[in-house]
Every structure is written in structure tokens, then in C-alpha cells.
Design a protein around this ligand. Structure first.
Ligand SMILES: NC(=O)c1ccc[n+]([C@@H]2O[C@H](COP(=O)([O-])OP(=O)(O)OC[C@H]3O[C@@H](n4cnc5c(N)ncnc54)[C@H](O)[C@@H]3O)[C@@H](O)[C@H]2O)c1
Length: 258
């Protein structure tokens, strides 16, 4: 029943084969979606090469640089989608950044620049990409972003990223309220801890995973593919009545009180 044939899906946030966005891209492809992939460009072109090789089996019809700090790259990404695809059905926002020094120690010592950078890249980018996607989602659409429990509770070391995720979850609700009349749904997946490039920057990530494995009802954490399955579901007509929600894909950890 889960069929994304004929749907154009833009996936952001693939850095390597551990990325949650890679799990999502694989499951969208499996469901039949036509993929566009963006990557974070660097001076030496290393990321472009790495991500291009990784996603090659999924045969994306668009492969574009998109640093969300760059107005020009965002504009160019959506101009290309308009020119090559005509319309967009699915947007996967799966990226975040905070300075490593802001992901441990005292939250009260977060610098102004570190705070702004984390919220610009991790939170404002959802607002901006959604605004750019809106006129291209002429046949309705689905926007999915990735959040973490640290946006709703105080989790050790998550610090400024918790504030960014709280803002992200609020942005999901405001975007869902605005875009609903256009039949565009906006939801967040709150994933359990997974070892990735980004999560490795959070102090004590392995301890967090170990803790979840002991406490979560399913006695484990989750995989990128499980998150990908949920993203595919949220992107499909099976989820046509769901918008503005934060859906926990965390082996049940969030329900536990102790
Ligand atoms: N790994 C976890 O435990 C976990 C849990 C819950 C939520 N998340 C969220 O999932 C998302 C993906 O993270 P991940 O864990 O797969 O790590 P990851 O390192 O694989 O992905 C993070 C991505 O963000 C991209 N990025 C950073 N700055 C960018 C910029 N300026 N412009 C464009 N892209 C930029 C990176 O290139 C990378 O592809 C993030 O929002 C993260 O907060 C992760």
C-alpha cells in the first residue's frame, strides 16, 4: 500500500552511510519515489564525491550542493527543481549543526555566535526550505524533519541543540497551520539516539545509547532504516490525516518515567 511512485522527493542531510537521511533516501526509493539529493559542499569537493558514490544506486535525478547558510544555494536548488521537475511532493529536512564546544559543559556558557549558528542551521533552515518548497508543492505535499527528545526535555550535553529542536518542533506546528490549506503536511520524527557524524559531536552519545538499550520498552535503540520507514509513511497518502505532529521513533523510550 505504501506507494510513492511518481512523487518527487528532495532529501537533504546525507553525509555518509550512517546518516539518518541515507536511511530515509533508501526507503523513499524503495517505495518508488524519484529522488533529488543535496549535499553540504566543501572547498575540496570531498563531500560531493563521497555522497555521489553512496547515492548512485538510488539513481537520483537531481544532485545539488545546498549549504543552508547560503541564500544563493537554496534559491538555486529550488530553481532547479522548478525547471527540471516542475513540482515537488516531498521535502526531507534532515540536518543540524552546533559547535562541538556547545554540546557539553555548562549551557549557560553558550556563546551568542554559537547559539545563533545552531539555530540558524538547525531550525531556521526548516522555515526557509519550507517557504521555498511551498509554491512548488502545487499538488499538496509532505515535509518531514528530524528532532530529538532533547527538544522537549533537558538531556545532558544536548544543550543548545535542545533549544534548536524545541524551536524546530514549534516551527513544525506553525508551518503545518500555514500550509494545511494547501494540503501540505508538516511533521517531525523524534528519533532515538543513533551513532552518526552529527551525534558523535554530542558528549556521551555512547552512554546515551547504552542507557536507552536498558530502559526503552523495546530494550534497544532504533536504526536509520526504521526512521526511513516512518519518513516514507509520513510522506505517503497513508498519513494523509497527520500534520503538525512529533512522532517518536525511539523504541518507546519517551514514555518511560524512570
Ligand atoms: N543521530 C541521532 O541520534 C539523532 C537523533 C534524533 C535526531 N537526529 C537528527 O537527525 C538529523 C540528521 O543527523 P544525523 O544524526 O543523521 O547526522 P549526520 O551527520 O549524518 O547528518 C547531519 C547532516 O547535516 C548536514 N549539515 C550540517 N550543516 C549544514 C549546512 N549548513 N547546510 C546543509 N547541510 C548541513 C551535514 O552535511 C550532514 O549531512 C539532524 O537533524 C539530527 O539532529 C539525530
Amino acid at each position: 500500500m505504501l506507494d510513492l511512485t511518481g512523487k518527487n522527493a528532495l532529501v537533504t542531510g546525507i553525509a555518509n552511510n550512517r546518516s539518518i537521511a541515507w536511511g530515509i533516501a533508501q526507503q523513499l526509493h524503495k517505495a518508488g519515489a524519484n529522488l533529488g539529493i543535496t549535499y553540504l559542499p566543501d572547498d575540496k569537493g570531498k563531500m560531493e564525491k563521497k555522497v555521489a558514490e553512496l547515492v548512485e544506486p538510488l539513481q537520483p535525478s537531481l544532485f545539488l550542493p545546498c549549504n543552508v547558510e547560503s541564500e544563493e544555494q537554496i534559491q538555486s536548488t529550488f530553481d532547479t527543481i522548478r525547471d527540471k521537475w516542475g513540482s515537488l511532493n516531498i521535502l526531507i529536512h534532515c540536518l543540524a549543526f552546533a559547535n562541538k564546544e556547545d554540546l557539553s559543559g555548562d549551557f549557560s556558557q553558550t556563546s551568542r555566535s554559537g547559539f545563533n549558528k545552531a539555530l540558524e542551521i538547525s531550525t531556521y533552515s526548516l522555515v526557509q526550505l519550507s517557504g521555498a518548497a511551498k509554491p512548488l508543492m502545487t499538488d499538496g505535499g509532505s515535509i518531514v524533519t528530524l528532532t530529538y527528545l532533547g527538544g522537549a526535555r533537558a538531556v545532558p550535553n544536548y544543550n543548545v541543540m535542545g533549544v534548536a529542536k524545541a524551536g524546530l518542533e514549534a516551527s513544525v506546528r506553525y508551518l503545518a497551520a500555514e500550509l494545511g490549506p494547501n494540503n501540505i503536511r508538516v511533521n517531525a520524527i523524534s528519533a532515538g539516539p543513533i551513532r552518526t557524524l552529527a551525534s558523535s559531536a554530542v558528549g556521551g552519545i555512547l552512554d546515551m545509547i547504552h542507557h536507552v538499550e536498558q530502559i526503552a520498552p523495546l530494550r534497544r535503540t532504533v536504526t536509520q532504516i526504521e526512521v526511513g520507514n516512518t519518513a516514507a509513511f509520513l510522506s505517503s497518502d497513508l498519513a494523509s490525516g497527520i500534520t503538525g505532529q512529533v512522532l517518536y521513533v525511539d523504541a518507546g523510550y519517551e514514555i518511560m518515567g524512570m
